[in-house]
Design a protein around this ligand. Sequence first.
Ligand SMILES: CC(C)(COP(=O)(O)OP(=O)(O)OC[C@H]1O[C@@H](n2cnc3c(N)ncnc32)[C@H](O)[C@@H]1OP(=O)(O)O)[C@@H](O)C(=O)NCCC(=O)NCCS
Length: 160
Amino acid sequence: MTLHIRFMTKKDKPTVVRILRDTTEFKPMEIAVAVEVIDSYLRDPVGSGYHIIVAEMGSRLVGYLAYGAAPLTEGTWDIYWAAVSREDRGQGIGSALMSHAEDEIKKARGRLAVIETSSKPEYERTRRFHRKTGYELACTVKDFYAPGDDKLIFLKKLEL
Ligand SMILES: CC(C)(COP(=O)(O)OP(=O)(O)OC[C@H]1O[C@@H](n2cnc3c(N)ncnc32)[C@H](O)[C@@H]1OP(=O)(O)O)[C@@H](O)C(=O)NCCC(=O)NCCS
């Protein structure tokens, strides 16, 4: 089955929210913020500063990714959230979403993609995904999220 990646529209919201709620790695507060970002994007896809893409396998929406230009930078972009439905993970959908987002960022003259994540053991698979898609750990902010929970900043230079 081929994968089709396109920008998110209003009719995709219920499925994307379901995928987010099924993602046990995300805390309820993180899901609430992810949904706020989705609403802001859907209200104003051009002016919100957010970009959201979804992946479809046949007629089934199986993943999403949110990203945006980092304010007050020249060509630096943040990758905010990515999630693939539980039953579809490990088949290259997350990597395809990432590479599509990077292509869009490059078209907008972006040169650096940034991902921030947690050092907690339950994020080990997520960190493996970031490394696998070409991101390198640039720095660690000790105890940023909570005592013992560091912020890890992963970077990827995008070839223009
Ligand atoms: C991380 C995520 C978006 C990757 O999407 P995916 O479609 O599973 O990724 P791909 O198939 O392209 O790549 C698979 C790699 O992702 C990593 N991975 C992370 N979580 C995984 C999972 N639950 N199942 C399978 N692979 C996972 C592995 O390193 C795997 O490679 P490996 O099997 O060679 O070690 C997806 O697994 C997911 O939604 N995870 C939970 C939410 C999350 O961590 N989001 C990212 C941070 S915002």
